[in-house]
Design a protein around this ligand. Structure first.
Ligand code: SF4
Length: 690
């Protein structure tokens, strides 16, 4: 006799929250999901999980889900439920009308790092083959695009160097601009285990994150730098390595190029810890000691997050870390490396799949004739050799009137992107905004057509985690809307005159493998056999590649790049004397669309502003007061939390709640190479709300 509520079957799938990519057994009774049990064979999590993956799946059946396509009535501005046929026909017709009236480049799409590789692949294919342009970008634009750029320049591959397991061999761990305890909890546990075993820890962060001092762990150095001065800090670390003879000369001579020019630059006195102390706020002796610790370690590993990338010099900083690691010989084996901790479940994958306006799948530039020819032959369509528009360029062009139709796939740009006033102006200006999502999110307020998406429990496909691990996502139920997301995209392309059809996502993966050298060996069959695989997976590495750049770098020699520190334009002023930096917390997730709709997890029900006791006192603010947070572009109100985690002059908040809308204050500043927004440095003022 079955016990009431006991599961009767299970399906192995992958968590759809963060870039750790934990594997779970979804246990069901009939068609009802009873519980998520962390899978002991999961390559990324080995049987562990955090609270989100384990419990935060209630959003999938939340009454807010929209399950029918809708079109907004032009006269009444009300949503009207329509058939799939009408919705898809409307999107295709109006996209074509825009192109006829304003040119082929007047439309584009934004894909999502929350979606599967297969879904992302078909979105960029639709744009290139059916729209006929390269106007496709991914939400990785606003998080890890500098990682892609910086690691490609220096190592030749836009991906982290290590598998998670590698941390167990690190002697010194450097955490820069990341808060793994909240952002990547299961990997944080692996890291903490190594730290409890005796590895030394260096934290580089303006905020005193939990890792600095937690049970049985104490950072050897916490470099509490001023926001925006990362590059000055990493250059100073490298300066010490070079001028104190801590460089791994053999590694540099055998494996790298450009060292002499870079070393001459970095050895200049203006890069010394003493010279940059006034810029960074980090005591010179602390910085010097941290450099000696990292450079002198048998194995030094760098892990970093958005506190590195979301700056005007995000790409420079990524290259600065790569320089430091190469100089100290910390690449190509266990326990070392330069490792981005990816935020969303499929940031790595969405970038791998070619959803950038300048790159086809596998990070190959659209201007490469040979690469374009491969895709043109396969897709039977010409592909433009010029890059398309990035997300911020789309917004600018929309406001200017030349970009008028946008397909937004699983992203809430009206909450997540910076300088929301500009984003909403762009959305308002467009003739057609199509939102494909689970919920009527903030962006849908500006949409003309809404296409219901599917939750991860309704999807078949793959996600690629932060360690390049391709994990299978398996459906435990049929899509509640009646259509798979990849199917919807294919039907739009078909209705626009470019037939696209597959019978299963495995066929999409087969197509990806046929045109992407790092994925040549990947198939659903292989993933079912091995459980997961880390790319590159091809004839040279049929079972994948846990650690990259072992004998040589992807580009041959690792390349030292001169990384000059350039202060951001965003400075504190008399009117806006504080610097705001943003981040996230364990119980919520990004714009909160899922976690805010999951009662058992969402215990942080509002965004809070953390500020130092001194900054609070001089403003007459006490803990729990409602305060006004203002920058030169906008203002909002939220509750204050007084905390000595923050240094004086720096305040911190999250962006999980649309009511707070923290991004109304963040600005248009962005990374010089990739336009990744500078979320981490905004000059603000804080005062009691009246
Ligand atoms: Fe999901 Fe990340 Fe938590 Fe793992 S650590 S269960 S992937 S949210």
């Amino acid at each position: 006799v079955l016990q009431l509520g006991m599961p009767t079957r299970s399906v192995v799938t992958t968590c759809a929250y963060c870039g750790v990519g934990c594997s779970f057994k979804a246990e069901l009774r009939g068609t009802e999901l009873v519980r998520m049990v962390p899978h002991k064979d999961g390559g990324a999590n080995e049987g562990h999980s955090c609270v989100k993956g384990r419990f935060a799946f209630g959003y999938a059946t939340h009454p807010d889900r929209r399950l029918k396509p809708m079109v907004r009535e032009r006269i009444t501005d009300e949503w009207r439920e329509v058939s799939w046929e009408e919705a898809i026909g409307t999107v295709a017709r109006r996209m074509r009308e825009i192109q006829a009236a304003h040119g082929p480049d007047a439309i584009g799409a934004i894909s999502s790092s929350r979606c599967t590789n297969e879904e992302v692949f078909v979105v960029q294919k639709m744009v290139r083959a059916a729209f006929g342009n390269n106007n496709v970008d991914t939400c990785a634009r606003v998080c890890h695009s500098p990682t892609g750029y910086g690691l490609k320049q220096t190592f030749g591959e836009s991906a982290g160097t290590q598998d998670f397991r590698s941390v167990a061999a690190a002697d010194v761990i450097v955490v820069i601009g990341a808060n793994p305890t909240d952002g990547h909890p299961v990997f944080a546990s692996r890291m903490k285990k190594r730290l409890r075993e005796g590895a030394r820890l260096i934290v580089i962060d303006p905020r005193r994150i939990d890792l600095v001092r937690s049970p049985h762990i104490e950072a050897a150095h916490h470099l509490q730098l001023r926001p925006g001065t990362n590059v000055a800090v990493v250059n100073a670390l490298a300066h010490v390595a070079v001028t104190e003879g801590l460089v791994d000369k053999g590694f540099v001579a055998d494996r790298c190029e450009g060292f002499a020019e870079w070393a001459a630059f970095i050895a200049r006195p203006e890069h010394s810890p003493e010279a940059v102390e006034g810029i960074t706020g980090v005591p010179a002796d602390e910085l010097r000691a941290a450099a000696r610790l990292y450079a002198g370690a048998p194995n030094g590993a760098i892990y970093y997050g958005l506190g590195v990338t979301e700056h005007s010099q995000g790409s420079t900083m990524v290259m600065g870390m790569a320089n430091l690691a190469m100089a100290c010989g910390n690449l190509g084996r266990d326990g070392v490396g330069v490792n981005p901790l990816r935020g969303q479940n499929n940031v790595q994958g969405s970038c791998d799949m070619g959803s950038f306006p300048h790159e086809l799948p596998g990070y190959r530039h659209v201007s490469d004739d040979a690469v374009r020819t491969v895709f043109e032959k396969l897709w039977d369509r010409p592909i433009l050799a010029d890059p398309g528009l990035r997300i911020p360029n789309m917004f600018d062009a929309a406001v200017a009137g030349s970009f008028r139709g946008l397909f937004v796939h699983g992203e809430d740009i009206a909450q997540s992107d910076p300088n929301l006033q500009h984003v909403t102006a762009a959305l308002t200006a467009m003739d057609l905004v199509v939102v494909q999502d689970l919920f009527l999110n903030e962006t849908a307020k500006f949409a003309h057509v809404f296409l219901p998406g599917a939750s991860f429990l309704e999807k078949d496909g793959t996600f690629t985690n932060a360690e390049r691990r391709i994990n299978r996502v398996r459906a435990v139920m049929k899509p509640k809307s009646g259509k798979h997301e990849w199917q919807i995209v294919c039907e739009i392309a078909t209705a626009m005159g470019y037939p696209m059809s597959y019978t299963h996502p495995s066929e999409i993966m087969d197509e990806i493998a046929s045109v992407t050298p790092t994925f040549t060996g990947v198939s659903f069959e292989l993933l079912d056999k091995l459980g997961s695989v880390q790319w590159p997976c091809n004839p040279q590495a049929p079972e994948g590649t846990p650690v990259m750049h072992v004998d040589e770098f992807t580009r041959g020699k690792g390349k030292f790049v001169v990384t000059a520190y350039v202060p951001t334009d965003e400075r504190s002023t008399r009117k806006f004397p504080l610097i705001l930096t943003t981040g996230r917390i364990l119980s919520q997730y990004n714009v909160g669309a899922q976690t805010r709709r999951t009662e058992n997890v969402a215990w942080h029900r509002e965004d809070i502003l953390e500020l130092h006791p001194h900054d609070a006192e001089v403003r007459g603010i006490t803990d729990g007061d409602t305060v006004r947070l203002a920058s030169r572009v906008g203002q909002t109100t939220l509750r204050a939390h007084i905390s000595d985690r923050m240094p004086t002059g720096v305040v911190y908040t999250t962006f999980h709640h649309p009511v707070t809308g923290a991004n109304v204050v963040t600005t248009e500043n962005s990374d010089w190479a990739t336009n990744c927004p500078e979320y981490k440095v905004t000059a603000v003022q804080v005062g009691l709300a009246i």
